[in-house]
Design a protein around this ligand. Structure first.
Ligand SMILES: CC(=O)SCCNC(=O)CCNC(=O)[C@H](O)C(C)(C)COP(=O)(O)OP(=O)(O)OC[C@H]1O[C@@H](n2cnc3c(N)ncnc32)[C@H](O)[C@@H]1OP(=O)(O)O
Length: 253
């Protein structure tokens, strides 16, 4: 009896701790979702001026998109992804389902425009929980062909990593079709994303899953031990961005 009651006490304590941890994670996601314009935290990242293109980047809630932006997002996604969905997706491609997913409440966008103010690329992302972890999920990164292979995709993913760091998310996650060779090279080779623990294992289903769930942990600088802290108090674990758009305090490759 004595042992049993000690055990149940332990169990209760563990559950209490788990609930408290979950409440903290949910509060972080909630706070991140409430940020009006997260890009205002990283002003230098509003411009991409490299490799012969001059582009501007803005961040919007799905709710605040105008009809032109909504249509651009849907049509570009369809152009880039329909064939892959039809060949690899369980339910193929469905216009209506995709339109709904793109405009769900939590959806947020990075919108990229050229000098004529024409949209040329977008990222659809969300702050969310994946099981009991607070994460930033990249639903889509879609570029028109004329702005590919100029470093823009990498730049946009760096913004997501910075946002995830600033809002204290644990990972950036995404789903990619195994057959999407270019995207797999981009995420896994160039950006060092890895197959996440929740990605379906081979052999889990009758047929091998046609996609991977990838993730990249958001690394934080470990604060120095007290005796190592310099007198000048210059050590910080916060992310800061210098005027060249380079980051300090977060591992962005
Ligand atoms: C979660 C999802 O959204 S999955 C779907 C991803 N999106 C798509 O498949 C839509 C069509 N493709 C695209 O929009 C773009 O090609 C993206 C997003 C995949 C890549 O963006 P880009 O701006 O073209 O990539 P970026 O120029 O930053 O490339 C960085 C590195 O990734 C790798 N990479 C990018 N594209 C390719 C490619 N087509 N083939 C091989 N490697 C590539 C390279 O190592 C590249 O470095 P390098 O150019 O110095 O060799």
């Amino acid at each position: 009896m004595g042992r049993k009651s000690a055990k149940s006490k332990e169990k209760k304590q563990r559950r209490k701790e788990e609930n408290a941890k979950l409440a903290v994670s949910l509060a972080k996601v909630d706070a991140a979702c409430k940020l009006e314009d997260p890009l205002s935290l990283f002003e230098p990242f509003r411009k991409f001026d490299r490799n012969g293109v001059s582009l501007t980047i803005e961040c919007k809630h799905a709710d605040d998109l105008d009809d032109t932006a909504k249509e651009f997002i849907f049509q570009l996604c369809k152009k880039n992804m329909q064939k892959l969905y039809e060949e690899n997706g369980i339910q193929g491609w469905k216009d209506r389902d995709k339109r709904e997913e793109l405009l769900e409440d939590k959806a947020r966008y990075l919108l990229v425009r050229d000098v004529k103010q024409e949209l040329v690329a977008f990222v659809h992302f969300r702050f969310d929980m994946e099981f009991d972890e607070e994460i930033l999920y990249c639903y889509e990164i879609q570029l028109t062909e004329c702005v590919r292979r100029k470093g823009l995709g990498k730049f946009l993913m760096q913004i997501l990593e910075l946002l995830a760091h600033k809002t204290e998310m644990l990972k950036v996650m995404l789903t990619v079709f195994k057959a999407n060779d270019n995207a797999v090279k981009f995420f896994m080779e160039a950006l060092k994303f890895e197959v996440d623990d929740i990605s379906p294992d081979d052999g889990m289903y009758e047929e091998e899953a046609r996609y991977w769930i990838l993730s990249k942990p958001i690394k934080r600088k470990t604060p120095l031990a007290p005796k190592q802290v310099p007198q000048s108090n210059t050590v910080t674990t916060n992310t800061s961005v210098n005027t060249n758009g380079q980051t300090n305090g977060v591992a962005v490759q």
